[in-house]
Design a protein around this ligand. Structure first.
Ligand SMILES: [Ca+2]
Ligand SMILES: [Ca+2]
Length: 209
């Protein structure tokens, strides 16, 4: 059986993990660093009752030496700016290397674009692809999934299995189209239904399991 072999973990490994109080098994398919081909990644979908997006794309000039934060929002019932959907925050010194590998000098600016490619999916394209951030001052990405479909496994009902899947939702990064997605170390603030991760570069990020 595919699943039994995939998920079989030696008893000794479990015992060790428990002994050292380790809650994240690095061999887990949802541990930070795990890779998944795009077709095998379960990208969260917005609920069919989610409000429309205010904008599906936003562009801004980021300047090295100046911190900045840009957001995407839903509309509220009156058609005005409503709930926050995504926030990208850059520290003063986050900008590090251009896509061609050249360093970004103090005062230099870079045009950054955040795009929702498919309004049904929690999948975001952040351009320019290949832009790199400083490991000392990574960019921060926050995505709210309160408007995601609660039927995470798409089996037609919302039950305990979906609640379990919510606990393993994370932010996954795809550096280039067609490449596998890689799970980032992310923090899930379940009460606020938001996920946060530090970014070292662009381009595509999804909420998924
Ligand atoms: Ca379900
Ligand atoms: Ca079910």
């Amino acid at each position: 059986m595919f699943f039994s072999s995939r998920f079989r973990v030696p008893t000794i490994a479990i015992a060790l993990a428990l002994a050292i109080g380790c809650s994240s098994d690095t061999n887990s398919p949802n541990a930070p660093g795990a890779e998944r081909p795009p077709e095998a990644l379960n990208v969260s979908r917005l609920s069919t009752t989610a409000p429309p997006l205010e904008e599906s794309t936003v562009s801004f000039w980021a300047i090295k030496g100046v911190s900045t934060e840009q957001k995407l929002y839903f509309l509220d019932a009156q058609g005005q700016r409503g709930e926050e959907y995504l926030a990208l925050k850059l520290e003063n010194e986050s900008l590090s290397l251009r896509p061609d590998g050249s360093p970004i000098a103090e005062g230099d600016s870079v045009l950054i674009t955040i795009t929702v490619e498919d309004p049904a999916l929690l999948l975001f394209e952040l351009q320019p692809t290949g832009l790199k951030f400083s490991a000392m001052a990574p960019a921060e990405l926050k995505i709210h999934y309160a408007q995601a479909d609660d039927d995470l496994n798409e089996d037609g009902d919302v039950d305990a299995e979906d609640s379990r899947l919510e606990t393993i939702l994370g932010i996954w990064r795809q550096e280039l189209p067609g490449q596998p997605f890689v799970r980032l170390g992310s923090v899930n603030v379940e009460e606020a239904q938001e996920l946060e991760a530090k970014l070292l570069g662009f381009s595509r990020y999804a909420i998924a399991y």
